[in-house]
Design a protein. Structure first.
Length: 341
């Protein structure tokens, strides 16, 4: 079958032929219809330090997808050939304390589709049936293919009560923008998002941010004054991984504020702990998506009228994959979809 692979330990990604994966007793074989390019795929494409330390070569990459079930193992229940599915990319062990307690997102033995094992940028993908999520009929393929990053946004945004609250989101990447849309949809008052990229700030405004702030030109303190905010933000969603953005956030939180941290900083970050202690801040780290409460909420939010479609800014046929990676690298994109069907 055709597959987009990391064939060489250097910058790039290559279309190649690999064997169709074998279906185990508990697995689904999924024929891929659409895939989306994640920031992680860009790290792998660029072959940065993290990728060099993490990614086996050669390997098929990719973990954002939607497809159709075409075969399944003899132990699988609850799925049928023809089902349209996406899948949780974190394969969990099932036997650690958290897995056994149903807290699969906290599994200490997680293995990542397209990171630690063969990925979804291929005509076919095999995953444990446990990881698959059936897509309701009224959700289009495009949206289903971005459920993985949408799930990061939903998991982070719904970590704390947002109703009537003032929310600060640092980082208007695809995930930050989707989080802004969710925050607005569920009833936050001010949804302020920061970035240094005008294209993405504009997109965030289109998708529900009430104020988009270019921190290279504007000061958050002034924006708060403009909005009549005399105290501080109630909830912070850190979605940039940039140390200065976290510093800004800590300084602008109200006392008793809550912060959910998704962005992955490049290395250790020092912070002013006095901001945390004397304000009584709560800080929660977020990894992946809750299995499968986050997935359930994603489908329900879309069915309840949340419009995510503007986040998909580019679509290419799979043979034009290079254009897709170039669009992602340009910074002037939301989500980029590659069509396999
Ligand atoms: P992204 O890189 O597309 O978005 C990050 C954004 O931060 C960019 O738009 C960038 O311009 C912006 N930025 C740069 N400097 C800034 C500053 N000073 N202030 C505010 N914003 C600034 O990433 P994404 O795909 O949207 O993901 C968001 C973050 O979440 C990344 O750090 C990613 O690594 C991380 N992530 C974590 C998980 C997890 O499970 N914890 C999963 C997926 C992604
Ligand atoms: Zn486990």
């Amino acid at each position: 079958m055709k597959a987009l692979s990391k064939l060489h330990p250097e910058k790039g990604i290559w279309m190649t032929e690999v064997d169709k994966p074998e279906v185990g007793h508990n697995d689904l074989l999924i024929q891929i219809r659409k895939t989306a390019i994640c920031g992680t795929d860009m790290h792998i494409y660029n072959w940065d330090d993290w990728s060099q330390a993490t990614i086996p070569v050669p390997m098929v990459v990719g973990h954002e997808y939607v497809g159709t079930v075409v075969d399944m193992g003899q132990e699988v229940r609850g799925f049928a050939v023809g089902d349209r599915v996406s899948g949780e990319g974190h394969i969990t062990c099932g036997h650690c304390r958290n897995c056994r307690a149903g807290r699969r997102h906290l599994c200490r033995n997680t293995s990542g589709v397209g990171v630690n094992r063969e990925g979804a940028f291929a005509e076919y993908l095999v995953i444990p049936a446990f990881n698959a999520f059936k897509i309701p009929d009224n959700i289009p393929d495009e949206l289903a293919s971005i459920f993985d990053p949408f799930g990061n946004a939903v998991h982070t945004a719904l970590s704390f009560d947002l109703v009537g609250e003032d929310v600060l989101i640092t980082g208007a990447g695809p995930i930050g923008i989707m989080a802004a849309a969710v925050a607005r949809h569920v009833g936050a008052r001010h949804v302020v998002i920061t970035d240094i990229n005008e294209y993405r700030l504009d997109l965030a405004k289109k998708m529900g941010a009430t104020r988009a702030v270019n921190v290279s030109k504007e000061n958050l303190r002034d924006v708060m004054t403009e909005l009549g905010m005399t105290e501080g933000f109630d909830v912070g969603l850190e979605m940039s991984g940039v140390p200065s953005a976290l510093h800004d956030m800590l300084a602008r939180m109200n006392h008793g504020g809550k912060i959910a941290m998704l962005g992955i900083p490049p290395k250790d970050v020092a912070i002013d702990w006095n901001q945390v202690i004397f304000k009584g801040l709560v800080i929660k780290g977020i990894y992946g998506r809750e299995m499968f409460e986050t997935w359930y909420k994603m489908a329900s939010l879309i069915q309840g009228g949340l419009d995510l479609s503007p986040i998909i800014t580019h679509q290419f046929g799979i043979d034009d994959f290079q254009k897709g990676f170039d669009a992602m690298a340009s910074g002037s994109s939301g989500k980029v979809i590659l069509n396999w069907d």
